[in-house]
Design a protein around this ligand. Structure first.
Ligand SMILES: Nc1ncnc2c1ncn2[C@@H]1O[C@H](COP(=O)(O)OP(=O)(O)OP(=O)(O)O)[C@@H](O)[C@H]1O
Ligand SMILES: [Mg+2]
Length: 237
């Protein structure tokens, strides 16, 4: 397993994997580490009039971080239907090709020494018959970074994901707590401490809710957030 390849998964879809991946990437790059990003499979991707694809996560991160890699290599598999990769591919009468993902990964690895690879949804999202999204981490030799929410239910969901990983020989290198919503419940103030009492997996960050939506697209603000809220020393060897 490589200590320079990280697969970012989440306890759920829409939990902030892309946002956490971006801050991780910016933290790496501000340390002058040659780091890139990959989103192997994305669904809900529209096709433009010229035939190009409107990659959502890949284009967002490529633009903010100023990555030179080709968007089609960053996202080698894209499907239109906003379903699991398995169901979205089937909708188009296709089967996802894992070799395309591995080939693109090696292409990116020629450019970048470190790669943050973002999954789709959570670990057990179906990819193709007999394969789940988390299997990609194994195929490319990545350790996993788990993004979790801040509020009620996060301890249970985070520990379930960690237990699954343990049972399936998947190494989780770190957890990132992300406040993707401004709804704060009473558990938010104690969850981080409680979680660290129940797992030895290091908590790499606790990202606050960003109230100013325009800041989600402001590279300077995001670079500052990366330095302030993400501790990559815990995963660098
Ligand atoms: N800390 C935050 N503050 C404010 N908004 C956030 C924060 N984290 C995430 N968001 C917003 O929440 C939404 C979901 O976040 P994001 O796209 O990162 O989730 P995801 O887990 O990558 O989703 P998907 O499963 O679709 O890939 C986005 O609109 C994002 O801009
Ligand atoms: Mg995403």
């Amino acid at each position: 397993m490589s200590d320079k390849i990280f697969f970012v998964t989440g306890i759920d879809t829409n939990i902030g994997k892309t946002f956490a991946s971006l801050l991780l990437l910016l933290a790496f790059r501000q340390k002058r580490l040659n780091a890139g990003y990959m989103k192997p499979v994305e669904t809900g991707v529209d096709i433009n009039e010229d035939g190009s694809k409107n990659y959502i996560d890949g284009n967002y991160i490529k633009n903010i971080a100023g990555l030179e890699a080709d968007p089609r290599v960053i996202t080698p598999c894209a499907f239109k239907a906003p379903l699991s990769p398995y169901a979205a591919a089937r909708f188009e009468g296709k089967t996802l090709c894992i070799k395309d993902i591995i080939f693109a990964f090696y292409e990116l690895n020629k450019i970048y020494e470190y790669i943050i690879v973002e999954g789709a949804g959570g670990m057990l999202v179906p990819l193709k018959r007999g394969h789940f999204i988390i299997d990609i981490a194994k195929y490319i030799g990545a350790s996993v970074i788990l993004v979790t929410k801040a509020g009620l239910g996060m301890i249970n969901q985070t520990l379930l994901n960690i237990e699954y990983a343990k049972c399936h020989d998947i190494k989780i290198s770190g957890i990132i707590i992300n406040n993707a919503s401004d709804e704060i419940d009473e558990s938010v103030s104690s969850n981080k401490e409680t979680l660290s009492e129940f797992t030895r997996v290091p908590i790499l960050g606790d990202i606050p809710y960003l109230r100013e939506k325009k800041h989600l697209h402001a590279p300077a603000v995001l670079r500052d957030m990366a330095l302030k809220y993400i501790d990559i020393e815990k995963i660098l060897i």
